[in-house]
Every structure is written in structure tokens, then in C-alpha cells.
Write a protein that binds this ligand. Structure first.
Ligand code: TXA
Ligand code: MG
Length: 349
């Protein structure tokens, strides 16, 4: 299959292109599109055959449910058994935006879309091209991140093409993703509601609207033998080909530990990489040094992380060390993804 890649200008969205993309979805095809978090691989959420195609194109296990993207609040009632009060409040506060809510599904959404579950994940993205595309597609676009299963989520159309070129009908290229990490997922089918995946909408922000909000205990550890409540979180996502270790502690000791590790890597003829910040990057001797920006700018860290992990793969890096980014809020989302990429390999110095 030839994949048509078209550029979408956010300021002047070409309506004819959006209509064409929507027509592909309505006909059962697949279109990758930009959102404010990461690129999505879209198909008709109400069509079981489309969802099967999504799993196939990604090489993704079919028990891993898809997020249904909508463009307006009026679209919600048709796909859920009922709209919980909490969903109305959260939508008011955070939609359109990087928040996904889990609710009980209606008959309109087939089990192929929800990986066999009776619940459905719903999100209204804020990217203007995404909203127009969802409307043109009939209102319900199932979309996982547009990467091959096991690779970092794509933050630019170039990476979508690398992973899915030849497997899908079209890619809408809207430039670099603004946020760079996937949406926060909150489960509204449990009391109190629970965060299943941390993101830019923090647990504290959700708590301000809803009162008590819990956090899935499996988000920051891999022990305890408990399965994560978002099925996708159990897979070793975001994994670079090289062995990644996170090093946490006082800056000087972190630098010493990482430099020792890099030196040993060199002796063993391993290609090395490091993830550090503008403040510290000059102190590391790695083949592929990468700064995520200023340490205090956690949004920049979030935005650049997946691109850097992909660059390590492109450069054939075998041994990677990363500084740690502990803290509240968005740091939690960054550390959740980084820990998964590292297979939870973290050293305290
Ligand atoms: O920012 C995002 O959410 C991006 C963009 C494209 O919107 N999408 C995305 O989708 O990250 P995906 O498929 O890569 O991640 C969806 C996550 C998976 O971990 C999946 O298991 C979980 O959401 N999920 C979906 N439906 C669920 C449900 N009914 N119950 C529990 N978890 C669910
Ligand atoms: Mg994904």
C-alpha cells in the first residue's frame, strides 16, 4: 500500500484534505493524525474491522484497548452506558485536552475496539486538525499512538512514516507534537476514580475537581505481582534497543557513576548514550550525548524524551544512562515513561 503523506498547516487547515482523510476512515481505512500529545493511528471506532486493522498495522496485541476520540461533548452519550457526573466536571475543566476517561461502554462501541472490555476510554483532543478530522470521520475515531508496538510514541510525522509507512492509507503531518507524552488516563468506573497513566493533567489537578483521586499502584514499580489496570501499561513499551539505566541521587555522584559506566562501556567497545540536562551534559563523555533542556523545565523534558530514545536506536546506541527527573506533577509522567523504557532499572547513588 502507498501511504499518502500530506502537510497540515494548523493556521490554515485545508478542508479538502480533511474531507479526504475522513472519507478514508468512513470507508474502513486508517489515517495517522496529529494530536497535542503524540500522533494517533485512527480508524472508525464503531467498525470492528477497522479496529482489527489498527492492531495489525501496529503489531499490537488485540487485548490492549484503544482510546475513542471525539470532537464534541454531544458525541459522548451514544458510546457510554451513562455519562457520570465526574465525567461532566472533568470535561468542563480539561476537554478538549490531554485527558482520557474510562467509562462503561454502550453497544455502539464493539469489543474489538475495547480489547474485549465492557468499558471504553474516551478523549477529546485539543489539536484543531484532530478535531476537524474526527468530525469528518463520523465523530468516533479509535486511535492508539501511531507507533509500531514496542517503539516510543511518535512525536512527529517522520516517526509515524518510519513505523507505519506502507501499512496505512494516509498520514496528516501537523509538525512536532506540542506535549510529547500521552494523555493522562483516569478510570471513572471505580470509586474513588483512579489514575491509570500519569500525564500533563496531574492527579492533583484531577483532585481539585473531583476530591479524592487514587493512583494505580503499579505505575512506578514492577514488583508486587499486580497487573496494571490499563492493559497497555503491562507491556514493555517505549523500550530503546540499548540497555538503559536511570541514575538517581546528588548531581555530583550521579555524574561520577554515569561517567564510570560510560568508561566501562567504551572499554567493551559499546556505543554509549546519555540523557542529561543543559546544566550537566558537558560533563559526560558519551558517543551520543543528549540534553533534554533545562532541568527546571520539565515540559521540555517531556517533549523531547521520545525523540531522544528514537535517536539512540537510529545511532545504534547499546548502552544508555539517564539522569533522573523526580518531582511532582509532570515529572511523574516523565518518570513513569522513563522507568518503563529502562525496564525499571534504576540505581540510587
Ligand atoms: O495521548 C494519547 O492518549 C494518545 C493520542 C493518540 O490520543 N493515545 C494513546 O493511545 O496513547 P495508546 O493506545 O497508545 O494508549 C492507550 C492506553 C493503553 O495503555 C490502554 O491499555 C489504555 O489506554 N486503555 C484503553 N482503554 C482502556 C479501558 N477501557 N480500560 C483500561 N485501560 C484502557
Ligand atoms: Mg501507545
Amino acid at each position: 500500500m502507498d501511504t499518502k503523506v500530506v502537510r497540515i498547516d494548523q493556521q490554515h487547515i485545508d478542508r479538502a484534505l480533511i474531507r479526504e482523510a475522513g472519507g478514508i476512515i468512513k470507508a474502513g481505512g486508517l489515517v495517522a493524525f496529529p494530536t497535542e500529545t503524540v500522533y494517533g493511528l485512527g480508524g472508525d471506532a464503531t467498525n470492528p474491522a477497522s479496529s482489527r486493522k489498527i492492531y495489525e498495522a501496529k503489531g499490537r496485541p488485540s487485548d490492549n484497548p484503544l482510546i475513542v476520540h471525539i470532537a464534541r461533548m454531544e458525541s459522548l452519550p451514544a458510546i457510554v452506558r451513562y455519562v457520570p457526573e465526574a465525567a461532566k466536571k472533568l470535561a468542563e475543566a480539561f476537554w478538549p485536552g490531554p485527558l482520557t476517561m474510562i467509562m462503561e461502554k454502550s453497544e455502539a462501541i464493539p469489543k474489538e475496539t475495547t480489547g474485549g472490555l465492557d468499558t471504553v476510554a474516551v478523549r477529546m483532543p485539543s489539536h484543531p486538525a484532530a478535531l476537524q478530522f474526527i468530525d469528518a470521520s463520523g465523530g468516533y475515531v479509535a486511535a492508539p499512538s501511531a507507533n509500531r508496538s514496542g517503539r516510543p510514541s511518535p512525536t512527529s510525522a517522520r516517526y509515524v512514516e518510519e513505523d507505519l509507512g506502507g501499512r496505512i492509507e494516509m498520514i496528516l503531518d501537523g509538525g512536532d507534537a506540542q506535549l510529547g507524552l500521552e494523555s493522562t488516563i483516569v478510570d471513572l468506573t471505580v470509586e474513588p476514580p483512579a489514575v491509570l497513566r500519569p500525564g500533563f493533567i496531574t492527579r492533583e489537578a484531577l483532585g481539585e475537581v473531583l476530591g479524592q483521586v487514587e493512583q494505580d499502584v503499579t505505575l512506578f514499580s514492577d514488583d508486587g505481582g499486580q497487573a496494571p489496570r490499563a492493559p497497555g501499561m503491562k507491556y514493555r513499551h517505549y523500550a530503546p534497543n540499548g540497555v538503559l539505566t536511570i541514575v538517581r541521587g546528588p548531581a555530583e555522584e550521579v555524574a561520577r557513576y554515569i561517567n564510570d559506566g560510560l568508561a566501562e562501556g567504551r572499554i567493551n567497545n559499546k556505543k554509549t548514550g546519555v540523557i542529561a540536562t543543559d546544566e550537566t551534559i558537558g560533563g559526560y563523555k558519551a558517543d551520543v550525548p543528549r540534553s533534554v533542556g533545562k532541568r527546571r523545565d520539565i515540559n521540555a523534558v517531556a517533549k523531547g524524551l521520545y525523540r531522544i530514545l528514537r535517536e539512540f536506536d537510529d545511532e545504534g546506541v547499546e548502552l544508555i544512562y539517564s539522569e533522573s527527573f523526580d518531582g511532582d506533577g509532570v515529572s511523574q509522567a516523565v518518570m513513569n515513561r522513563l522507568l518503563k523504557a529502562a525496564g525499571h532499572r534504576m540505581i540510587d547513588v
